[in-house]
Write a protein that binds this ligand. Structure first.
Ligand code: NI
Length: 181
């Protein structure tokens, strides 16, 4: 088990697009395991590879700890592609392990379809709604270098400005390991 330091706002890697995985190697399986450990240690429900310094296009999700999702099976999505987004949008408050202590309402499609590879390199397609769709869309954003502030309007972005600056300068109290500036 290894807990990796999590990149926070200001770290360049969060703005870099991840690269498609060609082969699910043992090394990659090890990375995925460490991502699950790191996410759980930080009490997160999703974590993208570039949040912990990896360049592969993949993220992990585990909603088991959320009320109503007790039967959720932890999942890793490799090379994910959103293939369908509902016109219907939902507003939900979001947080992010890379934006400690920050919360913001974000509007996103309510229902999505996503295609990805599992760890056996098998292509999987599934439909997700509610919180599951929300987390997938949030994590998918990480893989293309986008963060919550990119998904809110200018007014909200202005309100978040001070908090973002504090995060960048590590002037926040966090009970999990983050990268050193
Ligand atoms: Ni996030």
């Amino acid at each position: 088990m290894a807990i990796l330091p999590i990149s926070v706002f200001g770290d360049k890697i969060l703005r870099q697009k991840t690269k498609n995985v060609n082969k699910v190697s043992d090394e990659l399986i090890g990375k995925i395991r460490n991502m699950f450990d790191t996410m759980r240690n930080a009490k997160g429900i999703g974590l993208a590879a570039n949040q912990v310094g990896f360049s592969e296009s993949l993220f992990v999700v585990d909603l088991k700890g959320v009320e109503g999702y007790e039967k959720f099976k932890p999942i890793v999505m490799i090379n994910p592609k959103i293939v369908l987004e509902s016109d219907e949008q939902t507003v939900m408050e979001e947080g992010c392990l890379s934006l400690p202590n920050l919360r913001a309402d974000v509007e996103r499609p309510s229902i999505i379809k996503i295609k990805f590879l599992d760890t056996d390199e098998k292509e999987v397609e599934l439909e997700a709604d509610d919180l599951f769709a929300r987390v997938i869309l949030h994590e998918y954003d990480h893989l293309i270098g986008k963060l919550i502030p990119d998904r809110v309007n200018e007014d909200v972005k202005n309100i978040l400005k001070d908090d973002l600056k504090k995060i960048k300068n590590r002037e926040v109290e966090i009970d999990y390991e983050i990268t050193v500036k």
